[in-house]
Design a protein around this ligand. Structure first.
Ligand SMILES: [Ca+2]
Ligand SMILES: [Ca+2]
Length: 488
């Protein structure tokens, strides 16, 4: 009688390590990466991951990967009699160690992530912020469960940056990705010359992302908010786009960053990185009423983020202010100003609230030589403009629906913009007749301001060449020289 075949033994630790190593070797192969990248580009349509006939089910992708490892590597059948060799294990582990600086991108490519997911991937696998090493086992141990439990790119991104059950991404979660863009994008090499410049870039971009994506104002970006936004597309575009300013939307734009920071610095006279209500009052030549400035500093629009230190505002809150002030067509801007004007927080702008702001606006208009319209007339015009569903009660929904929230807000707290609206007929956004309709109000403002900054710098350069001024004694971190970038 023939002896019975012993049942197949389970994978032993040394074999599991071998499988993991081969899995990574297969994923790291340049040919495999090319094929995976080509497949990923087709993910927008009917997607394929590893096999062109297979749908992009993460579990199927892993299964196919396992099969693909076995074929080229020709793994010998396991021999249960072979005991694990500690020296071999040590050698195998050494092979799978990767230098943080040189191999981070390889890890990212092996996991088929967009290029600028590499820093969050490295950190989530246990790498340090200053570099260090992570093993292939770390990467596989991190990425396998993410693939199996997160079924789209937004879910994987949120899990990678925020960890499981983190309730959304905080600005600190997003910062490593932006920091890595600042550190390694070829179009931002000049950012590496000055740490303050790089730090402000990270703050500005992170807050711009939150401004556009965190529609709930919770201070944490949910997976659903990522899914509804264009942020991941903007991150993917950075890989092929030598000028981050051309990525759409323009979260990473260097010219936009320059405009925001230069506006902030113009108000921060003592250079301590904070501005108070008196500083902000000087913005736009004092066009915004002091009552509205007080409301901004009251916490009405800064509650979900770190409150202003001792009644002061940092760059992060200033980003929200400037974006809201210069483009009142966005939903976040409408919510920003509505929160400020809704003094009692009941969700309705009532006549006493409108009157409170218009009192000072009328004085500011008179100071500019204009005759302020009577409050009753202005209110009637505002109601005609907004067409509230409930007569006499203007809600946030009414303002979003009417599409003219900017005109409404400017009538009550921005004297210069109100006069600008008054000079135009019919009512509509403030823009030149030949303006590109695909650009937002913010894009137009930033382009004009950046041109102004470049012109100012050219004048300074001319003056220096003529010898009328001494050269600067130290490099200015906010030198807006921009020989390598197109304006926008
Ligand atoms: Ca200051
Ligand atoms: Ca109210």
């Amino acid at each position: 009688m023939a002896p019975r075949k012993p049942p197949p033994s389970p994978l032993r630790p040394c074999l599991q390590m071998k499988v993991d190593e081969l899995f990574l070797r297969w994923l790291s192969d340049p040919g495999t990466q090319r094929a995976l990248r080509a497949g990923l580009r087709r993910i927008q349509g009917p997607a394929v991951i590893l096999d062109h006939t297979v749908t992009p089910n993460p579990a199927t992708a892993l299964d196919s990967a396992t099969k693909a490892i076995a074929a080229p590597a020709k793994i010998a059948p396991p021999d249960p009699a072979v005991t694990p060799n500690p020296a071999a294990i040590a050698s195998s582990t050494a092979i799978t160690k990767f230098s943080a600086s040189r191999k981070r991108n390889r890890h990212r490519a092996a996991c088929c992530c967009p290029l600028y997911w590499k820093a969050p991937l490295f950190l989530a696998a246990g790498g340090g912020a200053q570099g260090g090493f992570v093993s292939a086992r770390d990467i596989i141990g991190l990425w396998k469960p993410i693939l199996l439990t997160c079924h789209d790119e937004a879910a994987r991104f949120e899990r990678l940056l925020g960890g499981p059950g983190d309730g959304g991404l905080s600005p600190e979660d997003l910062a490593p990705l932006v920091q890595d863009v600042a550190d390694s994008h070829p179009g931002l090499s000049f950012l590496r010359e000055a740490e303050p410049l790089r730090r402000d870039y990270v703050t500005t971009v992170t807050q711009r992302v939150f401004y556009a994506v965190n529609r709930s104002w919770s201070g944490r970006i949910s997976c659903q908010e990522i899914r509804r936004s264009c942020f991941l597309q903007a991150v993917s575009q950075l890989e092929a786009e030598p000028n981050p300013g051309r990525a759409t939307p323009s979260f990473f734009s260097y010219p936009h960053f320059c405009v925001i920071v230069s506006k902030f610095q113009a108000l921060d006279a003592d250079g301590d990185g904070l501005i108070d209500r008196h500083d902000l009052r000087r913005h736009a030549d004092g066009a915004i009423s002091s009552r509205m400035i007080d409301r901004i500093f009251s916490g009405a629009v800064t509650r979900a983020r770190p409150s202003p230190e001792g009644g002061k505002m940092g760059l992060a809150d200033f980003v929200w202010f400037l974006l809201s002030e210069e483009d009142k067509t966005t939903p976040t801007s409408t919510e920003y100003w509505f929160r400020c004007m809704d003094l009692d927080g009941d969700g309705v702008l009532s006549a006493p609230e409108l009157s409170f702001f218009y009192e000072e606006q009328a004085q500011n208009l008179a100071a500019r030589g204009a005759e302020p319209p009577p409050f009753a007339d202005l209110t009637r015009q505002a109601l005609d403009l907004v067409q509230p569903r409930c007569p006499g009660q203007i809600t946030l929904g009414d303002l979003k629906r009417c599409g003219l929230a900017g005109e409404f807000f400017d009538a009550f707290f921005n004297a210069d913009k109100f006069l600008e609206h008054e000079r135009r007929e019919p009512a509509g956004p403030v823009r030149a007749p030949d303006a590109d309709p695909t650009l937002s109000d913010w894009d137009r403002f930033a382009a004009a301001e950046y041109d102004f900054l470049l012109a100012e710098e050219a004048q300074d350069d001319d003056a220096w060449e003529e010898g009328s001024e001494s050269p600067p004694s130290s490099p200015d971190p906010y030198d807006f020289a921009d020989d390598t970038l197109d304006p926008l």
